[in-house]
Ligand binder design. Structure first.
Ligand code: FAD
Length: 465
């Protein structure tokens, strides 16, 4: 064995551990298989042991013991991440935080919860006080808040509130360091950026303080258009309607909805490009008036469709964000996807040009967001996968034409993000994980500072067995 697991067991007496190979393997994977490239690279990855802390003190004990025994630790919330983020590339321990799931305190405007709490459970507790989380991934029903902060970026709510990286969307984090004597740190303001979206490479989040918004009843709507460009301009304009409270504005080009939104199929006539929306139900008439002005046709409205026809339908946000991809993959396993940003203010023009050039091979899926007061859109276009070379070409075409690509076929922070190491996160890793034991292989700037990110060459982690 690579590590002294016997010594670890002795040190962790009283903490639940799992070493059944099938169960350990299951807890060593996430949704990496969305990518044919990651599937090939990471299929064999497995930890040696899963540890289930029940408290922050347990987390401290695991990190202390693993620091002393030089055993890598990879944190895991619910394992719904997409890029092998929670996969233990160098084996060792998976630290499963799902048992730390308590909502600790709710006050006007904020909630405090343990990191393993599920978004939907936090929301259920805050809704009882007339408040809700501002942001959640479309995996709201299955994902943890700690995993969302460490691995996610935004999602449902981003059309009102921007992304997780925007100051104010995470109020405070409690983090345990990976040292011989672990420290418990409280991060707020600028410091939140040290560990937010760092894939758990430089600290274990044990507790979070998140801001809350007023809870609305959300009307779910699907609006149809014959013309793709008109669907896009309607969605952009809806995003800009500051007086209509909304949580979701997505565009999905035909024939994607008709082929893959199987349970909504009766509401989706052939040929229609659709906008998916969640809007304040009390503003239903205002929303309908806005839609009529823009020539949109309601194909589905949750407030008008009788309950018996709605039975069995998934919530509409489970057609959006990365659930669009999941639904396509369930029907056609040869589908994969990209993650793009169409920069403001030319987003609609860029989307139109890309759709004209690649639309059949890369059908459009847009998610509208509001960043720094400006409405623009991300893309999670589906890709008819043929070869890895062609996928790289499609990415290059997007970049040449002016789109930003967050490559979902890479397991490192840098290659999946801004193509550079986050200097603040790297500096914090030196402090909080001096031996480099937290989620090894995910931060190139730590593993191989000389790696030339600009070369576009694929990074391969040496420790990957
Ligand atoms: P995990 O997958 O368990 O972990 C994610 C990362 O965080 C890993 O690197 C892990 O090591 C680290 N981590 C987990 N817990 C901690 C902790 N306590 N401390 C430190 N590090 C930790 N993401 C979005 O942002 N928006 C979306 O709309 C969205 N939609 C999705 C739809 C589908 C169908 C799927 C499969 C994924 C989607 N995702 C989305 C990605 C993912 O579901 C979310 O980011 C989710 O919030 C991750 O939470 P998790 O608990 O599953 O995290």
């Amino acid at each position: 064995p690579r590590y002294d697991l016997a010594a670890l067991r002795t040190r962790l007496d009283g903490i639940r551990l799992e070493d059944n190979p099938a169960l350990v393997r299951q807890k060593s994977r996430d949704f990496y298989w969305y990518s044919p490239i990651l599937k090939r690279q990471l299929d064999a990855v497995a930890a040696d042991l899963v540890a289930y802390p029940a408290s922050q003190d347990d987390v401290v004990r695991v990190l202390e013991a693993c620091a002393e025994l030089a055993i890598p630790v990879t944190p895991r919330g619910a394992g719904t991440g997409n890029y092998g983020q929670a996969m233990p590339l160098a084996g060792g321990v998976v630290l499963d935080l799902s048992g730390m799931d308590r909502v600790l305190d709710i006050a006007p405007g904020r909630v405090v919860a343990q990191a393993g709490a599920l978004l939907a459970d936090i929301d259920a507790a805050t809704r009882a006080t007339g408040q809700e989380l501002r942001l959640s991934p479309s995996t709201y029903r299955t994902a943890s808040i700690g995993g969302f902060i460490a691995g996610g970026s935004g999602g449902v709510g981003s059309i009102m509130w921007g992304g997780l990286r925007d100051l104010g969307n995470i109020l405070g984090l409690t983090v345990v360091t990976m040292e011989r004597q672990p420290r418990v740190l409280r991060l707020t303001g600028e410091e939140v950026g040290k560990v937010a979206h760092a894939y758990g490479t430089n600290g274990i989040i044990t507790e979070v303080t998140m801001p809350l918004a007023p809870a609305y009843g959300w009307l779910e709507a699907i609006i149809g258009f014959d013309d793709f460009g008109r669907a896009c301009s309607y969605a952009n304009a809806l995003g800009e309607q500051d007086a209509l409270a909304k949580k979701l504005v997505s565009v999905v080009a035909a024939p994607v909805p008709q082929l893959y939104f199987l349970r909504h199929r009766p509401f989706l006539p052939d040929g229609k490009h659709v906008v998916l929306a969640m809007v304040d139900v009390l503003a239903a008439d205002a929303f309908a008036a806005f839609t009529t002005r823009h020539g949109g046709e309601f194909l589905f409205r949750s407030d008008l469709v009788p309950a018996e026809r709605r039975a069995g339908l998934p919530p509409i946000y489970e057609l959006a964000w990365n659930h669009t991809t999941l639904r396509a993959l369930r029907v056609d396993p040869a589908i994969t996807y990209l993650q793009t940003l169409y920069p403001f203010p030319h987003q609609l023009d860029l989307v139109a040009r890309l759709h004209a050039r690649l639309g059949a091979e890369v059908p459009a899926h847009l998610e509208f967001v509001r960043f720094d007061g400006k409405v623009t859109c991300f893309g999670l276009p589906l890709v008819q996968f043929t070869t890895e070379e062609r996928l790289e070409e499609i990415i290059a075409i997007h970049e040449e034409m002016g789109a930003v690509v967050f490559n979902p076929h890479r397991y490192t922070l840098e290659e999946g993000g801004m193509k550079q190491t986050d200097a603040v996160q790297l500096a914090f890793k030196r402090e909080a994980d001096p031996a480099g034991l937290l989620n090894p292989g995910k931060m190139i700037g730590w593993e191989n500072p000389d790696f030339d990110l600009a070369s576009g060459r694929l990074y391969l982690f040496q420790g990957l067995a």
